[in-house]
Design a protein around this ligand. Structure first.
Ligand SMILES: CC(C)(COP(=O)(O)OP(=O)(O)OC[C@H]1O[C@@H](n2cnc3c(N)ncnc32)[C@H](O)[C@@H]1OP(=O)(O)O)[C@@H](O)C(=O)NCCC(=O)NCCS
Length: 177
């Protein structure tokens, strides 16, 4: 099985929308994703798709966020959504999408990444509760559900503050919790 990880191109968008609908079994996710893509949170350069024989079988998308305390403002990114077609889950494709997109994020200068939910899944990549770094959120999330990880060692040492600019999350997160 030859899996290719590629940057998401405009021509893939319809297929990606269908994939989200199939994975989450909800048509409404397409319009949330569309809104997210049109917002200034969306980071197109970090969207990745996994393909097998020209078929898109997985996707990961990120949004820009900020960790703010007083005048201090630490830019970061957040996994907005991630989905693998059921027939291809548990084959390491999620890991490939994460590894590939983290590498790109590092090359773009991002030093940390946040995530919500999937508290059984994300810790295997090094995510720990954001509260370990004193990062808080207004979103109604438990410690186990609100996660953070450094892409550069020490990046979150002094990042303590509140998550801002995460308007895209509450609704999208409903589909990932
Ligand atoms: C969660 C998801 C993205 C993981 O991708 P994947 O390609 O299936 O996962 P990988 O093959 O990289 O990792 C497999 C490992 O993760 C575990 N895993 C997979 N999905 C999991 C989940 N939802 N919760 C906890 N652990 C999970 C598997 O048990 C396996 O563990 P093992 O390595 O100890 O055997 C994928 O299963 C999916 O699309 N799920 C439905 C949509 C969803 O919930 N998306 C998350 C939004 S952030």
């Amino acid at each position: 099985m030859q899996v290719q990880i590629k940057r998401e191109k405009t021509k893939y968008i319809e297929e990606v929308n269908l994939l989200f609908e199939m994975v989450f079994q909800q048509e409404a996710i397409s319009s949330l994703i569309k809104e997210f893509r049109a917002s200034n949170h969306f980071i197109p350069e970090l969207s990745r798709v996994a393909r097998i024989n020209e078929q898109i079988i997985g996707v990961i998308m990120y949004g820009k966020v900020e960790i703010v305390k007083g005048r201090k403002n630490v830019p970061s990114i957040m996994i907005a959504s991630m989905a693998i077609l059921p027939a291809y889950q548990n084959l390491g494709i999620g890991r490939e999408l994460i590894d590939n997109s983290f590498q790109k994020a590092r090359s773009m200068g991002y030093e940390s990444v946040l995530a919500v939910g999937q508290e059984e899944y994300f810790p295997r990549f090094g995510f720990t509760p954001a509260s370990d770094f004193d990062i808080t959120t207004n979103l109604d999330l438990s410690d186990e559900e609100f996660l953070a990880m450094e892409l550069k060692s020490g990046a979150l040492d002094n990042a303590s503050g509140k998550l801002k600019n995460q308007e895209f999350l509450p609704e999208l997160a409903m589909y990932s919790l």
